[in-house]
Design a protein around this ligand. Structure first.
Ligand SMILES: [Mg+2]
Length: 213
């Protein structure tokens, strides 16, 4: 039998830790994408990483604009910071696997005063737009990568709680021991018979871990 190391947590970032998808919000706010393009990017057939690369390639934004946007407009889901502190104190490994990018994630974590193990795309301001790469994906797609992070923790003997909101979180949700889902992911889990609790705030997850430790 595998050892039971207790709980580990794996989370999506955009729309999960933040209340709105930061990438979409940025593109819409500065007029680099319209609602329809954004909506289409949520098809199960679209790879988020391909959408991000394409959508940002013509987005003439500076690092300062993005950091300022994060400070002023991006809100964390209630209980996020406390949940990170809870995980640190309780020895619950927490990590983020995201199709989002460092240029908005870094100022977000700075704003909230937390350091979290994470996988984000690398965004660099280039002439005419932003170039995004995903060094951690190698040959895997993002959806499989998220699932692989859950699988790795389980193989290491953890029970895994997964947080997500998008179609590209579905594979990971299917492998987790406990799922908190918002938005499209919650609907997809319901359709496919994957047990999931609605993700409202992070306090409930801390309660769950305490109760089921
Ligand atoms: Mg998301």
């Amino acid at each position: 039998m595998k050892p039971d190391k207790g709980w580990a947590a794996v989370s999506d970032f955009d729309g999960t830790i933040t209340l709105r998808d930061v990438g979409d919000h940025l593109l819409l706010h500065y007029g680099f994408a319209d609602e329809r393009t954004i909506e289409e990017s949520y098809s199960l057939k679209v790879r988020v990483e391909d959408f991000m690369k394409r959508a940002f390639s013509g987005a003439e934004l500076t690092e300062e604009m993005i950091a300022g946007f994060v400070r002023e407009k991006v809100r964390a889901r209630p209980g996020f910071r406390d949940f990170i502190l809870f995980c640190e104190a309780a020895g619950v490994p927490f990590e983020i696997a995201s199709g989002g990018v460092d240029l908005y994630a870094d100022p977000f974590f700075e704003k909230h005063g937390v350091k979290v193990r994470s996988f984000f795309g690398r965004a660099r301001v280039v002439k005419g737009g932003i170039r995004i790469t995903y060094p951690f994906l190698k040959r895997m797609d993002l959806s499989s990568f998220k699932a692989s992070r859950v699988a790795l923790k389980r193989e290491a003997g953890y029970r895994v709680v997964f947080f997500g909101d998008g179609p590209n979180d579905l594979k990971a949700a299917g492998l987790a021991d406990k799922v908190y889902a918002a938005g499209r992911l919650l609907r997809l889990c319901r359709e496919r018979g994957i047990a999931a609790s609605p993700l409202v705030n992070f306090a409930r997850a801390a309660e769950f871990i305490k109760k089921n430790g």
